[in-house]
Write a protein that binds this ligand. Structure first.
Ligand SMILES: Cc1cc2nc3c(=O)[nH]c(=O)nc-3n(C[C@H](O)[C@H](O)[C@H](O)COP(=O)(O)O)c2cc1C
Length: 197
């Protein structure tokens, strides 16, 4: 696929096979993430790559427990409301049981923390598509960045005390009949463009 095709056919995958992502493919994905542009060429994005099934299970349970203890409030972001409701039913696996979760973190107080991490995540999702792997942006760990239990857990995995959790993604082999990601082009109805000539 050329760059345009990779961009236009990238869609979120939310159903994965249990199979591991081959090391060479994962390395290419991380290479793409590390090559992303960053403010002032600071290169402070930290990529925490979680592959341990035990850790993924524990983290998913912790995230589910944490959201299930929250209350849906009027005016709350729609996706957050959906997550709290799913967690309260006990069936919320924020990582969709993917074999790999990549968490990006950056320095607390660095103004481009989220922008740098989001650029890295997009590069990695595009590279995943190029490699016939499915991926999905994951926001829940960012939402829980200030939750003490979640932070403690991530710090045990390698998150530094001076880092804030920004964007995350999951990647794996898509659970589809042909094993390829679902690549239907998404109809774009928003995102207006204004030309100033
Ligand atoms: C900032 C951001 C946060 C997102 N958070 C989540 C998430 O937590 N869980 C999820 O399943 N998808 C998440 N998504 C994926 C969007 O739902 C998805 O990109 C959008 O619906 C368009 O669909 P597509 O990516 O398949 O084209 C997120 C995407 C972005 C850019």
């Amino acid at each position: 696929m050329n760059t345009y095709e990779v961009i236009k056919t990238r869609r979120c995958t939310r159903k994965f096979k249990a199979e591991a992502v081959p090391d060479d493919k994962l390395e290419k994905i991380l290479d793409a993430g590390r090559a992303a542009p960053c403010g002032g060429n600071s290169q402070t994005t930290h990529f925490l790559v979680i592959r341990s099934p035990k850790v993924l299970k524990e983290l998913a349970e912790l995230v589910c427990r944490t959201f299930s203890a929250m209350e849906v409030k009027p005016g709350m972001y729609k996706s957050m409301q959906a997550v709290i409701k799913a967690a309260q039913k006990g069936n919320f696996a924020f990582h969709y049981n993917a074999p790999v979760l990549i968490v990006t973190a950056n320095k607390i107080g660095y103004g481009n923390a989220m922008a740098d991490c989001a650029c890295a995540i997009e590069n990695m999702m595009l590279m995943s598509n190029e490699l016939d792997l499915g991926s999905c942006y994951i926001n829940q760990l960012h939402w829980l960045d200030e939750n003490a239990a979640v932070r403690d857990y991530l710090m045990k995995l390698g998150l530094a005390e001076d880092e804030t959790v920004c964007a995350s993604m999951v990647v794996g082999l898509p659970d589809t009949a042909d094993g390829l990601p679902q690549r239907t082009e998404r109809k774009i109805t928003g995102n207006p463009v204004s030309y100033v000539d």
